[in-house]
Design a protein around this ligand. Structure first.
Ligand code: ATP
Length: 251
């Protein structure tokens, strides 16, 4: 049933001055799952993400979100419909406290407009909601800390909190583990599992341990095209995928 899929792309293609970065990508992301997009450098993962979130216009193909054709929509329109990309839209303001960052995020109807001019009394009313979000991402002790002073992994957790403030139905995570050490990776992985419980997550991630631990479905891209799709066990046993990653797929 079409409704099983929160987002579908049909024949998605993107050319940059004649170079085909993404070719005929038909992606189906099942509602309520964690779906990872992986592939070697230059495979087209970021371009697919930019197309899905409308930061780029496709050269051909269609994008359907919750049954609506959003191929011609603007990023702000799709954010309003519940598709929110983390680590891009959710800027963290370094000179504001952790709590203030989440309060401001709670003020954003689309994730794209910022309202600094609200009186303090209105912002104070948001404290309870902000504190709940901080607890969800394990940052309650960091509430008064300036965001710019947070350790790296905690900053990413704050970014997730500011994204969750928009209550997205589909959350897109762009390399959530980039630049993190082991400890942060385990904490942020656990966090993603928790926040994915009542929403859908589509993520681009290079760390294959994380991908295997978190993902229900994995789509492997290579040179702009889908090479394989399935569970981690399925794609990691696929000779074409092994060849693409390690050059050891076919004997
Ligand atoms: N704006 C652009 N203009 C021209 N070529 C581009 C542009 N954006 C991406 N490309 C090219 O398209 C291809 C796919 O790039 P993309 O960034 O989507 O890959 P990726 O899988 O995200 O790679 P990485 O893992 O290195 O981030 C690359 O060859 C890249 O050089």
């Amino acid at each position: 049933m079409a409704d099983d899929y929160i987002i579908r792309t049909e024949g998605l293609t993107k050319q940059f001055k004649g170079f085909v970065a993404v070719r005929d990508v038909t992606l189906n992301v099942r509602r309520g799952t964690i779906h990872a997009l992986i592939g070697p450098n230059g495979a087209g993962k970021t371009t697919v993400f930019n197309l899905v979130t409308k930061f780029l216009e496709p050269s051909a193909g269609r994008i359907v979100y919750n049954g609506d054709d959003i191929t011609g929509s603007k990023p702000a329109d799709i954010a309003l419909k519940g598709m929110v990309r983390s680590f891009q839209i959710s800027a963290v303001f370094p000179h504001l406290s952790v709590l203030e960052n989440v309060r401001i995020a709670l003020q954003r109807p689309t994730g794209l407009s910022f309202r600094f001019w609200k009186p303090d009394s209105v912002l104070d009313g948001l404290n309870d909601k902000a504190r709940t979000l901080l607890r969800d991402v394990g940052l309650e002790e960091f509430e008064p800390v300036m965001a710019g002073e947070l350790p790296y992994g905690r900053k990413r957790a704050l970014e997730i909190a500011t994204t969750l403030a928009l209550d997205p139905e589909l959350m897109l995570l762009d390399e959530p583990m980039a630049g993190m050490g082991h400890e942060d990776i385990s904490r942020v992985s656990a966090l993603i599992k928790t926040v994915a419980k009542n929403r859908t997550v589509l993520m681009v991630e290079h760390n294959l341990n994380v991908v295997s631990d978190l993902s229900d479905t994995i789509t492997v891209l290579q040179r702009g095209e889908i090479l394989a799709e399935g569970t981690y066990d399925e794609v990691s046993a696929n000779p074409d995928v092994r060849e693409a990653y390690m050059g050891t797929g076919h004997d």
